[in-house]
Design a protein around this ligand. Structure first.
Ligand code: GLU
Length: 420
């Protein structure tokens, strides 16, 4: 980890750059530099061994100018206030770039789910939900899964909130189990959006999907589904990794076999996976492979000033939030690496969260085909718009995405005017 890394500063830098191109004054953007609400909570939990442990959690609403705050809940040992602030702000601009009627929020609990039992995770989830209950609700702030959480955790959140209200509230969280009003297609949505985006950028650059080489860092929900769908598209996935390290085969990996192995048991890690012809590599070696497309799908700050000059991929599609630190962004842009930014590339998850919420508040349900089609109908035009504005301004795709997003947020703020 680099010293002095503050992801919130990265967000402010790119917002300022976009605002300057758009001709906005300091005063126009002053409000969006400050998250609207930051809540820190203590979460006492009776652990399986009978002791009491107090976990620390956060919920931050960066903006509600364009609609209710929206964004996931992260359970991870590295969660901290600046990270949650940055993640909340990225949600604001992500929802704006795909033009869904939400602001941005994020939450997190400092904990390591891999070291906790299901009972302990459920207890953390319930007490955390109760602690942030004054802030959340279908019209205020709608959590969803993020790193370390999943549909099961969302089901517990929905139940806790509903018990506190005294009636069933489906729309308080998205990414729920299907039985509780979860949207068909939500589980795959982020990876599906990354796949659509990857195909779009390849097409713009005159490249085929067939046999194009790809490396994917991270085999969580986003990385694994992206690898599955890109493999189905005929792309050659030559390397994947998880927390235990990576595997590499220049002839292409057997993605279905890898995914089957990983899904069998949550304790299964790639370091114990066997396949003929594979070489073991580290996460940092994976990032530096000579591939056409690199897909960081893990955490922030993976590509930073220490390794940026060694990155050989021609295209990086940011499936994770904030995987490239801003100094690394400058180094890669100077080298001509094409980067599809997180707020566009991984927006598929929140888009289908929006579909889930729309279905919940209307008490209707859509088919998976219809969800997938509606997702494509948002992702493809959003990509085209970002591409076009980047070309017009001779800017990177990241700047282009922020030109669209910052304008939407600032104009919404201006239209509402400052209260009172
Ligand atoms: N955690 C996901 C993200 O970072 C999804 C958020 C949501 O669906 O609200 O985009």
């Amino acid at each position: 980890m680099e010293q002095h890394y503050n992801p919130y500063d990265n967000v402010l830098k790119v917002v300022k750059e976009a605002a300057d191109i758009l001709g906005y004054s300091e005063s126009d953007i002053e409000a969006i530099k400050h998250p609207e609400r930051e809540l820190k909570v203590a979460i006492p939990v009776r652990m399986d061994n009978g002791t009491t442990h107090v976990f620390e959690g956060y919920r931050i609403q960066h903006s509600t100018s364009r609609g209710p705050a929206k964004g996931g809940i992260r359970f991870h040992p590295d969660v901290n206030l600046d990270e949650v602030k940055a993640l909340a702000a990225w949600m604001t601009f992500k929802c704006a770039v795909v033009n869904i009627p939400y602001g941005g929020g994020k939450g997190g609990v400092i904990c390591d789910p891999s070291q906790l039992s299901e009972t302990e995770i459920r207890a953390i989830t319930r007490r955390f939900t109760a602690a942030i209950a004054p802030l959340i609700g279908p019209e205020q702030d709608i959590p969803a899964p993020d790193v370390g959480t999943n549909a099961t955790v969302m089901g517990w959140m929905m139940d806790t909130y509903s018990m506190m209200k005294g009636h069933c509230v489906h729309g308080v969280v998205t990414g729920k189990p299907i039985e509780l009003g979860g949207a068909l297609g939500r589980n795959e949505a982020t990876g599906r959006g990354v796949t659509l985006t990857t195909k779009n950028i390849l097409r713009k650059m005159g490249l085929n999907t067939t046999a194009t080489t790809v490396a994917v860092q991270g085999m969580g929900n986003v990385g694994s589904i992206t690898a599955k769908l890109l493999h189905k598209e005929g792309m050659k996935i030559i390397a994947v990794s998880d927390v235990s390290g990576g595997i590499y085969n220049p002839d292409g990996l057997n993605i279905p076999a890898i995914l089957e192995y990983l899904s069998k048991d949550r304790k299964n890690l790639l370091k114990n996976y066997e396949e003929e012809g594979i070489q073991r590599i580290s996460n940092s070696e994976l990032l530096q492979l000579d591939v056409k497309v690199l897909i960081p799908a893990a955490l922030e700050n993976q590509i930073n000033s220490l390794n940026a000059k060694n990155i050989k991929a021609d295209i990086i599609v940011e499936a994770a939030n904030g995987p490239i630190a801003s100094e690394a962004d400058d180094i890669l842009n100077a080298k001509g690496t094409v980067i599809v930014p997180d707020i566009l590339a991984n927006a598929g998850g929140v888009v289908v969260s929006y579909f889930e919420w729309v279905q919940n508040i209307q008490s209707v349900s859509w088919t998976e085909e219809s969800v997938n089609e509606k997702l494509k109908n948002i992702m493809d035009p959003a990509f085209e718009a970002v591409w076009a504005i980047s070309q017009q301004n001779h800017a990177t795709l990241r700047t282009g995405a922020y030109l669209i997003a910052v304008k939407r947020v600032v104009e919404a703020k201006k239209a509402r005017a400052i209260w009172p």
